[in-house]
Design a protein around this ligand. Structure first.
Ligand SMILES: *[C@@H]1O[C@H](CO)[C@@H](O)[C@H](O)[C@H]1NC(C)=O
Ligand SMILES: *[C@@H]1O[C@H](CO)[C@@H](O)[C@H](O)[C@H]1NC(C)=O
Ligand SMILES: *[C@@H]1O[C@H](CO)[C@@H](O)[C@H](O)[C@H]1NC(C)=O
Length: 570
């Protein structure tokens, strides 16, 4: 292993040989800001045409930048975050089966070089604000040991939006506190709504960075719109919930308020980049880690309409996510990006954007591809035909693979009970702002900041046109498929809602054979799932009611009762 300082010195030497010197070079690299939502639904942004609640800042990012029409991610938190940071399929980092529950002693494969490590070596200040969820049972698994200079947030799967404690849905593990600044427990500002709190911390980092000659790599990894603990799953400030009093379902009303806070976060980040004069040299990405769990475990009322399925399913509702990107370097900003893009593509794509040459060893391990030429290029750049392995989990016997416009599904999760379209689009409860939608978008903080860097004016007409083009059209239902009994094959570009199984039509036998073959090849390349059984010593009762790096910590002899007393911050 290279020591970081040795690598940095080497970089300085290499860079120093160029005319401008290392620091000048470094300052010209773009800031990278990734704002991630957790479990937000495909249709819970208004740029697809939904009118139940408006997301003015996220929509503005999409309309001024590029709306990522076909952004794909693994269907759950751990594999999705692992694919983003490693540029690899979950089968190549041991994260292909389910997620890391807080009491389990495993992590994202430590062989993979992560995006923050790569950007750190290239002279970036690397920061994670919010959720990690890639393992913490040993200190070396945690963010500041995996390339982040700085982490403010939580290590585990989720927390309460105010108290920052979590209880896993696993028998007998106690409630535990989970909030840190780097490796230290952070108790300050407890009780502040966490979406606002994380945003304020991200703003602080952006402002601090303005005076420095280092570029910024910032991942703002929100809790929203994941559920909190089972006893109070949906949480938002009362005054935010009141804004959505026209929504009849009280849970959906709370969810709308959670989304609204998230949307405000996007506006605040873009405004802060603008007010510190850093927006022009930034790449800002927003997306959800996976589709919403509309029903079942961690259900948050999120909607993936009109797509089939939800979080933790092989269907489009699990893997096709809401997303948008803006950068002044996007020649075709203001147009929809229709090229299929995978979260594992961000690593090579952003490295290209930042002029970072990836070492052959890193390149060889990547499943993601560099789409920066397509993303930054002309609106009509031809699509790169590509493969995306959505899932391959031999524990639950489920797999799904995209090749070109063909999608193959073999097996499903939860015995198929979440395989249909699980929500509908609300037509009765309409956001009062919908009647002046374009004005609402243009008056949003994000739009006000981005307008100054527009190539073409964002007129009402253009907003309406983009929103119309982003609508998903399903076509007619033709032939169903039960992936527990048969192979499914869909032409996903013509049939985005997976309503017409082509597997048994003679005409498609070659395509099906090719997909099956590739699927088997990928299976042969898979590493073993990293999952390990829960460890009783992980229980927060042994660690002063805190989720700790438990594998090496000696349990205290007398466990505390944590659910009501024993709070580490009191
Ligand atoms: C990670 O490294 C270990 C030891 O070098 C090796 O045995 C293992 O196969 C590697 N895992 C992957 C996924 O490459
Ligand atoms: C959980 O605790 C209950 C009651 O103390 C006990 O009966 C049960 O066996 C425990 N379950 C596990 C998985 O430890
Ligand atoms: C599809 O799933 C079945 C059942 O798990 C399995 O036997 C079969 O090999 C799978 N097909 C491919 C191509 O992997």
């Amino acid at each position: 292993m290279w020591s970081l300082s040795a690598t940095f010195l080497l970089l300085l030497c290499l860079r120093g040989s160029k005319a401008n010197g290392a620091e000048m070079e470094a300052t010209r690299r773009p800031n990278i800001i990734i704002i991630m939502a957790d479990d937000m639904g495909f249709d819970d942004v208004s740029f697809r045409g939904g009118r139940e609640f408006i997301t003015p800042n996220i929509d503005a990012l999409a309309y001024h930048g590029r709306l990522l029409d076909r952004l794909y991610a693994p269907a759950m938190c751990t594999p999705s975050r692992g694919a983003l940071l490693s540029g690899r399929y979950p089968i190549h980092t041991g994260t292909q089966h389910f997620v890391i529950s807080n009491e389990e002693p495993w992590a994202l494969d430590s062989n993979a070089t992560l995006m923050p490590e790569i950007f750190q070596r290239a002279g970036y200040s690397t920061n994670l604000v919010g959720k990690w969820h890639l393992g913490f049972s040993r200190p070396e698994y945690t963010p500041t040991h995996r390339g982040f200079d700085y982490h403010y947030g939580y290590w585990g799967a989720y927390i309460d939006y105010y108290q920052r404690r979590s209880k896993m849905p696993v028998a007998n593990y106690s409630l535990g506190y989970d909030f840190r600044r780097n490796m230290e427990l952070e108790c300050r500002d407890r009780g502040t709504y966490v979406t606002d709190l994380l945003t304020t911390e991200a703003e602080r980092l952006i402002k601090e960075q303005a005076g420095k000659d280092k570029p910024l790599f910032l991942m703002l990894s929100h809790l929203a719109t994941h559920t909190a603990n089972e006893d109070d799953p949906l949480q938002a400030p009362e005054e935010e919930i009141r804004k959505f009093s026209y929504i009849k379902d009280p849970n959906r009303r709370k969810y709308a308020a959670m989304v609204s806070k998230l949307d405000q976060s996007v506006g605040r980040i873009i405004s802060t980049l603008a007010s510190t004069d850093q927006l022009e040299n930034s790449i800002v990405i927003f997306y959800s880690d996976n589709g919403a769990p509309s029903v079942g475990m961690f259900a948050n009322t999120g909607s993936n309409w009109p797509l089939r399925g939800q979080k933790n399913t092989p269907w489009e509702g699990g893997v096709r996510v809401a997303g948008a990107v803006w950068s002044s370097k996007l020649e075709a900003r203001g147009s929809i990006f229709t090229q299929p893009i995978y979260v594992g593509d961000w690593l090579p794509t952003l490295a290209h954007a930042a002029d970072i040459e990836l070492e052959p060893k890193i390149l060889a391990g990547l499943d993601g591809i560099d789409l920066w030429p397509q993303l930054s290029g002309a609106a009509d750049a031809p699509h790169v035909p590509r493969e995306i392995l959505h899932s391959l989990d031999d524990v639950w016997k489920v797999g799904s693979l995209l090749m070109g416009h063909w999608k193959y599904v073999n097996g499903t999760t939860s015995a198929g009970q979440y395989d249909s379209v699980l929500t509908y689009r609300e037509f009765d409860d309409i956001d009062p702002r919908e009647s002046r939608y374009a004005v609402t978008i243009r008056n949003s903080p994000a739009s006000r900041a981005l307008t100054r860097l527009d190539l073409r004016r964002l007129t009402q007409q253009r907003i309406a046109g983009l929103r119309r083009s982003a609508a998903v059209h399903c076509g007619d239902f033709q032939r169903s498929c039960n992936p527990l009994l048969e192979d499914c094959l869909f032409d996903i570009s013509a049939d985005p809602c997976e309503q017409n199984n082509l597997a048994y039509s003679e005409r498609h036998s070659d395509v099906l054979a090719a997909l099956r073959k590739r699927f088997r090849e990928l299976r042969a390349s898979a590493s073993r799932p990293g999952n390990r059984a829960s460890m009783p010593s992980a229980d927060p009762t042994w660690h002063t009611c805190t989720w700790e790096a438990f594998e090496q910590q000696k349990p205290r002899s007398v466990p505390l009762v944590c659910d009501y007393v024993g709070d580490p911050c009191e």
